[in-house]
Design a protein around this ligand. Structure first.
Ligand code: ADP
Ligand code: UDP
Length: 237
């Protein structure tokens, strides 16, 4: 496999073409951003931790029968993945109230949500990723009704797999964001699952061990990511 030209540089990852038209390289950078890119910092080792973390989680999801982009780990900061036609929406499941839900509805952070909730957001930084519903997604052609149903089913399946995985590590999976894409007509989990895109709290102390440490200026961001990785048994370099 040969890495070729840069295809896209996002806020935290760079995507490269390869000599195989069906494969891309995802490079996880140390850049950490919040508030639609308004706050940006370089955090040593974050790219390595997230790349290895993502590989570990996607492997567990594959084992549970969820189709993912996963091909293989290439280096500390790079993974080889299937090239997907990304659907421009984010799928968010919440087990506990936090973040934008708390701000939007004025509910108390930490309230357990029964049932867990599901939300779609449009991927659009200029519009601050507005919340959209299934009618918007269909009407504007971002995904079909069938793909919408599959995204919901798979996102909840991820919840049942990961909630118990994190629980065994003494962690609460508060909420998370997933992105899907399509290859050969199949809906596949893409992008990443890392502490940059989910909320994880220590089950006993409710200490925040995710990107909220960065958003809220709590410090110890990568240390927290490392702690989570170590509890799960993710191999770091
Ligand atoms: P953002 O675009 O939000 O700034 P990133 O820095 O994470 O985010 O950039 C990664 C980009 O690569 C995202 O736009 C994401 O949708 C896209 N992407 C992730 N996985 C794949 C994949 N397997 N195939 C094609 N594109 C992907
Ligand atoms: N999230 C993400 N990317 C986004 C928006 C949200 O990864 O562009 C994740 C976020 O880390 C959290 C979950 O999705 O785990 C729900 O985020 P929320 O809607 O509460 O928004 P935020 O607090 O980021 O404003």
């Amino acid at each position: 496999m040969e890495k070729r030209s840069e295809l896209y540089r996002g806020k935290a990852k760079t995507v490269y073409q390869t000599d195989d038209p069906n494969r891309l390289v995802l490079e996880f950078r140390n850049d950490t951003s919040a508030f639609d890119g308004e706050k940006v910092e370089q955090l040593d080792d974050k790219g390595m931790v997230n790349n290895r973390f993502n590989h570990f989680i996607m492997t567990r999801l594959e084992e549970a029968g969820i189709p993912t982009q996963l091909d293989k780990l290439l280096s500390d900061n790079e993974s080889l993945v299937k090239k997907l036609e990304m659907i421009p929406v984010e799928c968010v499941v919440r087990n506990i109230a936090a973040g934008s839900l708390v701000r939007r509805l004025g509910v108390e952070e930490g309230k357990e949500l029964n049932p867990p909730t599901f939300e779609f957001f449009l991927k659009n930084d200029a519009l601050h990723d507005p919340m959209v519903n299934e009618y918007h997604i269909q009407a504007f052609g971002w995904a079909s009704k069938e793909q919408i149903e599959q995204m919901k089913t798979l996102t909840f399946k991820v919840n049942s797999v990961l909630k118990s995985l994190f629980e065994q590590a003494g962690l609460l999976l508060v909420d998370y964001k997933l992105e899907f894409g399509v290859v050969d007509g199949q809906l596949v989990l893409g992008d990443e699952f890392t502490p940059d895109g989910c909320r994880l709290w220590d089950a006993k102390t409710r200490e925040k061990l995710d990107k909220d440490r960065f958003r809220q200026g709590l410090g110890g961001v990568v240390e927290a990511y490392r702690e989570v990785a170590q509890r799960l048994g993710v191999e770091l370099s």
